[in-house]
Write a protein that binds this ligand. Structure first.
Ligand code: K7E
Ligand code: CUA
Length: 763
């Protein structure tokens, strides 16, 4: 009650000082909107005031959308969709040549795949902690892994698994991101050929692929990656060991029955056959030793890729099985690397396995037998630390900052259970709406979890939001875990696909760029071969081909007229000359499926055949300035052999000396405003504010352009060419307006952020 009372008083005090006409108090609003004290507390815990920022950024899988969703915690405000496996027009992804090259790395057997089923994002780690550098995510449907660079939140690479036909147990990283694991899901032959289902046991296979990540270049190196083959047990989620268990990986499986359904053939379905036995197998793999075996030439090449066969794995003692409760889902290694928690979807227990006990059994050769493929099986009891009844349908587990405390998602009961895995006791439960899948705590899969918040990634939303038709949004629920009792704070709809897993990182660890180095190919992270400087724009014509080296800057696209002949191949390269924060230009063209995003500094290209004569307007798609609508141009595709006729020229209005004088008068007045704004900024300690320094630089640039335009206007006026003199004076004014606009933004920033006057600065 004290808190609420304080809030009310504070709100009342603010209302009085801020606006004497605001009569509604916090109590009034609560009454009007039917809010309880608990609601208001939840709001206060999640509300991020305008202009302020979140403490964590979550990277959530975008499910069938093939994207990654970025949102803030605790506000749950969506900030970005990172396009990964699917074209995304806003970012120009799949439209410019540079990103098309990334997408085409993801072709499956030569076919373009323009969607993905993204499941598990993984943040890169150094010494087991997030380092804020890279993000990886898998595609379950088409076994692929993508690499996203957190320098600019863009997808840089897609690798296709050379032997799997689906994958689920990825992406997870080793404690220094040497490897990214991807485990198979549905067994299939490793070779790309037909094998009858009758040979399921003999020829269908699962496995774990260890993708080598090259930190220096920020890319996966497929030539140094390898796969450990496994029986057709339908492998599922995986995790890497850390600390004492570093060097090992753990992978679940959910159909060790190796059942093959066939409803239409009169057989019971997969779901019956795959849950017949009480247990499935946890795969325990010594990946460090596996990597050594590959280096020693003991791998077999399949589809040109290094594979350690089951036979070799058994002979060299790198793979072991442990029975686990049937149809398990997640396997999650503890922060200290000593335990792994596994839970069976069809059971009410979570099992805590001890890595030490597993090692003891392996070292003593203490096995209960072998499976049909000769892999040693460790007795469940010999590996177990303890088991806890956590609820029906436990799926995934995340760790808290408090020692021994974990949270497990309970699918069937729609709950989160908080429990102690050292002592084996349940501490708290909270209801979820509805059917939770994964859950995520802050840094909950690292060596140093930060606790604070938990997000429940729910499968069903049902009645939580305004109805929008039979297809409902997904629901992420934010839960406060800072106290003894879990508190539900917020429901966030996700309208983009089923997000399976998410990873959240403290924003202190992220240092994303504001602009690219000038003329940058962001996808290769190198200077673009097509970088174009201001004033160096050109159109290069060779037989059958027209190549444009263009630029964009407020508020024009250079060139503004491109003439080609019907049938020509047109190659556009545009460099955004802007250096100002957030001054992105777009480029869209009629009828050619050309749509580009030009962030400051970026160079992108588009290639197409101008196969039909006609007129094709193009324009900027980002409202970048007051004259954004004028940021336009024409592609003119002439019929073959077209000859320009005399008298075709001349369009638009004409101007005289009076028009010129009028424009110059306006410009002189505008300059006075600019001078006063600049005077104000220089009179403040503006150098203490980096955003203002950047704005100021941009303003100086724009003023430089104004000077150039003025010179051209002066020259034309000297020749009494009032037409061009007026037009150039107009252009001079355009640059002044932009300068004034930026200057005013800088001034406002200084005023709102407590800048102070400095003495002795003369304007
Ligand atoms: Cu549980 Cu793919 Cu990890 Cu869906 S997965 S929930
Ligand atoms: Cu550039 Cu609108």
């Amino acid at each position: 009650m004290v808190n609420l009372h304080k809030l009310v008083l504070l709100a009342a005090a603010l209302a009085v000082t801020a606006n004497v006409f605001a009569t509604e108090s916090l109590e009034d609003v609560m009454k009007r909107r039917g809010l309880t004290e608990k609601n208001v507390l939840a709001a206060a815990k999640t509300y991020v005031p305008t202009g302020q920022r979140d403490e964590y950024l979550a990277f959530s899988s975008g499910g069938q959308s093939g994207h990654v969703i970025v949102y803030g915690i605790p506000s749950m405000r969506i900030l970005k969709y990172i396009a990964v496996f699917t074209p995304e027009p806003w970012q120009g992804y799949g439209f410019d040549d540079e990103s098309k090259a990334v997408l085409s790395q993801g072709k499956i057997l030569g076919k373009d795949i323009t969607y993905g089923d993204t499941h598990h994002p993984a943040l890169s780690e150094t010494d087991g902690n997030y380092d804020g550098k890279y993000l990886f995510i898998n595609d379950k449907a088409n076994p692929r892994i993508a690499v996203i660079d957190l320098h600019d939140f863009e997808t840089k690479q897609i690798v296709v698994n050379p032997v799997f036909k689906s994958s689920h147990g990825g992406a997870f990283v080793t404690e220094n991101t040497e490897y990214v694991i991807e485990a198979a899901q549905y067994p299939a032959p490793f070779e790309n050929e037909y094998v009858p289902l009758e040979q399921f046991n003999e020829r269908y296979r699962g496995g774990m692929t260890y993708w080598k990540f090259d930190r220096k270049i920020g890319r996966i190196d497929p030539t140094k990656s390898f796969t450990v083959m496994a029986p057709p047990y339908s492998q599922d989620l995986s995790d890497f060991g850390k600390g004492p268990s570093n060097g090992w990986s753990f992978t679940n499986s959910f159909c060790s029955e190796r059942y093959v359904g066939g409803i239409m053939q009169g057989k019971p379905p997969f779901e019956a056959g795959c849950s017949a036995k009480d247990t499935d197998f946890l795969h325990v793999v010594n990946w460090k030793k596996a990597a050594e075996l590959v280096a020693a030439g003991k791998a077999t090449k399949i589809n040109g890729h290094d594979v350690i066969t089951i036979e070799t794995a058994v002979k060299e003692g790198i793979m072991f099985l442990i029975p686990e409760h049937k149809s398990p889902h997640g396997v999650d290694v503890s922060p200290d690397g000593k335990y792994l928690i596994v839970s069976g979807k069809l059971d009410s227990h979570a099992s805590v396995f001890s890595f030490e006990k597993i090692q003891a059994a392996i070292n003593a050769g203490n096995f209960e037998g072998k499976d049909d493929y000769g892999i040693p099986i460790i007795k469940m009891q010999d590996a177990l630390h303890l088991q806890v009844e956590v609820g029906l349908g436990p799926l995934h587990t995340q760790y808290d900052s408090k020692p021994c405390v974990v949270y497990t998602s309970i699918y069937v009961d729609s709950q989160v259970t908080k429990w102690d895995y050292c002592e084996g006791k349940v501490l708290d439960k909270i209801s979820i709406h509805y059917n939770i899948g994964h859950l995520m705590t802050m840094h909950g899969d690292t060596v140093a979890p930060e606790g604070k918040y938990l997000v429940a990634l729910n499968k069903l939303a049902i009645d939580r939001f305004n109805p929008v038709g039979p297809l409902h949004p997904q629901n992420h629920q934010l839960i406060d875990i800072s106290g003894d009792k879990m508190e539900l704070l917020y429901d966030m709809p996700i309208p983009l696909g089923e997000p399976h897993y998410a990873a959240a990182i403290n924003v202190k660890l992220l240092k994303p760029a504001i602009r690219y180095k000038s003329g940058w190919n962001s996808r290769t992270n190198k200077k673009s071969l097509f970088k174009t400087r201001a004033g160096r724009e050109k159109i290069v014509k060779t037989p059958g081909k027209v190549e444009v080296f263009g630029t964009t800057i407020r508020s024009h696209i250079t060139p503004e007229i491109i003439e080609v002949e019907e049938g020509d191949q047109v190659v556009l390269h545009f460099t955004n000359l802007e250096r100002a924060e957030d001054e992105t230009h777009g480029f869209a063209m009629y009828g050619q499926n050309v749509n580009l995003s030009l962030e400051p500094g970026k160079t992108v290209s588009a290639t197409f055949i101008a196969d039909k004569a006609g007129v094709y307007p193009y324009y900027c798609t980002e409202f970048c300035s007051a004259l954004h609508l004028e940021m336009e141009g024409y592609l003119l595709v002439k019929p073959k052999g077209y000859v320009t006729e005399v008298g075709e020229a001349s369009v638009g209005a004409t101007y005289n000396e009076a028009d010129y004088d009028k424009q110059v008068k306006t410009n002189v007045k505008t300059q006075a405003i600019i001078d006063s704004v600049v005077g104000f900024i220089l009179g403040q300690n503006y150098k203490d504010f980096p955003p203002v320094v950047a704005l100021f630089e941009d303003a100086v640039d724009q003023l430089g352009f104004a000077k150039e335009a003025k010179a051209k206007a002066d020259a034309a006026a000297a020749k009494q060419d009032w037409q061009n003199a007026t037009l150039w004076a107009g252009q001079w004014w355009q640059y002044q307006v932009k300068t004034a606009d930026i200057g005013l933004r800088a001034k406002t920033y200084l005023e709102q952020n407590g800048a102070v006057k400095v003495e002795g600065v003369k304007k």
